[in-house]
Design a protein around this ligand. Structure first.
Ligand SMILES: *Cc1c(COP(=O)(O)O)cnc(C)c1O
Length: 465
């Protein structure tokens, strides 16, 4: 049975169930597996996505979920995907492929993990006879994917905060038109950072956290990273791994998606990884200089990657430092106090072997969308374009795979600006603009938001009875 430890060294090792429900460790660290299993790649060749998912993930949940139950959860989670290969490869040009990650309900890659996460929560909470309250902040894509993943569970209530007027119409409607009794959309009069700070403050309020059994769905939750390792394995196998070395280019914000690729490699998958940033390029600058330095965040045409501090980087940093939690704590403290840190030259040299990094400006994003369309007739979204830009400057004899993290119809304005056409929403979302919205507007005030959550959580209701 694999157990999990905090990157900051606190507490005893925990089970999968415990880290699933905890999200963030009490010492402020992120949970990572104590050890990684070795994949039997040859045994996985030619298998379906579901079979590969079961084989890759089962060691991480063993002891908490039976194999049959886990297989059933995987089947259910991906039954709603609109492609029978779940996360299919598509040949673009020469040795360049696109990994299409947008066949889930909210047409972005976060569905791959969140469709499973909702089922994990439901399973574990039913087993324990427990109920949780999930609070999360979203700048657009996480909110709807979390809602779609959790809407069917009786064991939880979900409160999603988004900045009023600062998410796209498609993104907002994907959250607010879901008619589920356990889902609450809160539009905060403020920015995404205000929403994030409200969520952090709710977690920091120990009485509130305990009485409501607060839990998290953002990508600090280990189960999300675990679910994302699978498509690296399935895609690499299809392109000839382990005999062929595949390079993956990953549009990156919070470092969650690309970290999953790194963990797949730790399990023995022979792949190379390229971090692709937009103009918010703190990660790319790190892989160029060895220094992590915050520089503020600007709004770009790939908004889901407009992130200043990539929280999942801490998990990689932990490995980079030889799993030395004390040094990691010191570095994170320096980052918090001074806004920057650097790592020793030998550590940095190792990091450069793990990842290379590229960036794309907003103009380059539009140019790439246009070029790809002109040359192949294929329409990509602006996040995918950040990746394709990086792929185009790579020199690799082997296959290159760019992760397509969203469907172009999710970001129609940028696509229209690039190619003069508005991409159409897939069939299942075609009535999105006809449905009724359910939304509560609240001021950027902690007490008001906490009162709202308390008033609507089932836990409190049951307590009163
Ligand atoms: C969330 C998101 C990303 C960034 O993923 P990270 O795991 O945060 O690096 C990229 N593209 C899209 C469309 C997203 O929704």
């Amino acid at each position: 049975m694999i157990r999990y430890v905090s990157t900051r060294g606190g507490g005893e090792p925990l089970s999968f169930e415990d880290v699933l429900l905890a999200g963030l460790a009490p010492d402020g660290g992120l949970y990572v597996p104590e050890a990684f299993p070795e994949l039997d790649l040859n045994a996985l060749k030619g298998r379906t996505y579901g079979e590969i998912a079961l084989a890759v993930m089962y060691p991480f949940v063993e002891g908490c979920i039976s194999r049959d139950d886990f297989a059933a959860m995987i089947k259910q989670a991906y039954s709603g995907f609109r492609h029978d290969k779940i996360v299919p490869l598509r040949a673009l040009k020469d040795n360049h492929y696109i990994l299409e990650q947008f066949y889930g309900p909210t047409i972005a890659f976060k569905d791959v993990a969140l469709q499973l996460l909702g089922r994990f929560f439901d399973y574990v909470l039913k087993k324990r006879g427990a109920h949780i309250t999930i609070v999360g902040a979203t700048s657009g894509d996480t909110g709807s994917a979390a809602i779609e993943g959790c809407r069917h569970s009786d064991q939880l209530d979900l409160f999603i905060l988004h900045p009023k007027g600062r998410v796209s119409d498609v993104q907002r409607r994907q959250m607010t038109t879901v008619a589920a009794e356990n889902v609450y959309n809160i539009a905060i009069d403020g920015t995404f950072d205000d929403c994030q700070n409200l969520v952090k403050a709710m977690f920091a309020d120990q009485d509130f956290r305990r009485s409501l059994n607060l839990s998290a769905v953002n990508s600090i939750n280990w189960a999300r990273i675990m679910a994302q390792t699978v498509y690296y394995v399935s895609a690499a196998l299809e392109l000839g791994a382990p005999d062929t070395q595949v390079t993956f280019v990953v549009p990156t914000g919070n470092f969650g998606n690309v970290l999953a690729g790194y963990y797949a490699r730790r399990m023995g998958l022979p792949i190379k990884l390229v971090v692709a940033s937009n103009e918010n390029d703190i990660l790319t600058r790190f892989f160029e200089s060895g220094e992590m330095k915050a520089a503020g965040v600007i709004a770009t045409n790939s908004p889901s990657m407009d992130i200043e501090i990539s929280s999942n980087f801490e998990r990689y940093l932990y490995d980079m430092l030889g799993r030395d939690a004390d040094t990691l704590v010191a570095i994170m403290r320096r980052f918090k106090d001074e806004g920057s840190f650097d790592v020793a030259p030998d550590r940095f040299a190792a990091a450069k072997r793990d990842f290379t990094a590229q960036r794309a400006s907003q103009t380059e994003v539009l140019d790439v969308i246009e070029t790809v369309f002109a040359e192949t007739g294929y329409v990509i979204d602006p996040h995918t374009a950040v990746g394709v830009k990086a792929a185009l400057v790579l020199k690799s004899a082997g296959p290159i795979v760019t992760l397509a993290t969203a469907h172009p119809a999710k970001f129609p304005d940028a696509v229209e600006q690039a190619i003069g056409q508005r991409p159409e929403l897939p069939e299942h979302l075609s009535d999105l603009f006809d449905k009724e919205e359910r939304i509560t507007e609240l001021p950027n005030n902690l007490k008001t938001v906490q009162d709202f959550v308390r008033a609507h959580s089932k836990i409190i209701e049951e307590g009163k009875k």
